[in-house]
Design a protein around this ligand. Sequence first.
Ligand code: GLV
Length: 318
Amino acid sequence: MTLALPFAPRRVVIGANAHAELAAWLRARRPELEVRGAPVPSISADDLAWGEVYVGFRRPQTPTLGNIRWVHCTGAGVDAWMAPVEISREVLLTRTPESFGPAIAEWALSRALCFRLEVMSLAQAQAAREWKAREIPMLAGTKVLAVGTGDVGSAVARAFRGLGCEVTGVSRTGRTNEPAFRAVYPVAALPHLVGEADWIVLTLPSTPATYHLFSRDILSRCRGAVLLNAGRGAVVEESALPEALDAGWLSGAALDVFEVEPLPTTSPLWNHPRVMISPHASGPTTTDGAGLGFLECLGDLEAGRLPSRWVVDRERGY
Ligand code: GLV
């Protein structure tokens, strides 16, 4: 990365459906910024020839990034900028400081509670006016394996821990500072750990190292866990999920992300009775979060320093 610091870009291109909101938010706080925006498919080569910094989650469909010298990704996962072809390393790539942990923790907890407290089956019984007496178990006392222990995985761990679950973590390094984890292990321990878990919560980015980490082999070692994936679809060998559910390796799945998005209408996951699908919505980017995150990084660059915490490590992919 060869950006000369301080770097005070003034021409900002926003690629997002909510571009108008974010543009207004930025103009209100930094009137000297010139901001253009459009939904990603409408971002043109002319926009990118004009702009100095691009703000958005998805990559424009233009052949090049024109004169853009800094890409600020408004999502946690930057895979759109790393694959199929990584953007030039001459371009600074930062990811947003916005925290998606609280929203994804709610997403995961709500799904686990639905499964454990039989919410879907109660709704079906209600629709049929059936008074089906039953004992409803609690989430407390069950075991969670959180694969990914970063900002999002730690928020997930705190949420489940708060309801009395035992939470074990798995991370690249096998370490964490988050006290909600009972213990954290490196990825190599996964084959031994998945058989112990009631809930497996994935919050991993898509990188070459995480591709199909949850392979058919790992899935076959689960002993009835519910798999919750809020990271990236490519982390799971999706074609093996129907078998994993039907064989009882998994007792259910809550999926927010898929190998191909939108999930094709032909996917058998849509109408599997033990699968809950949401449309990549567990950790929404907000205008405030995106705006503040961008201004934090911009402020660092203007002051002559790199926003080191948010500069994407091109080798790791996040
Ligand atoms: C959403 O998927 C994100 O990476 O923020």
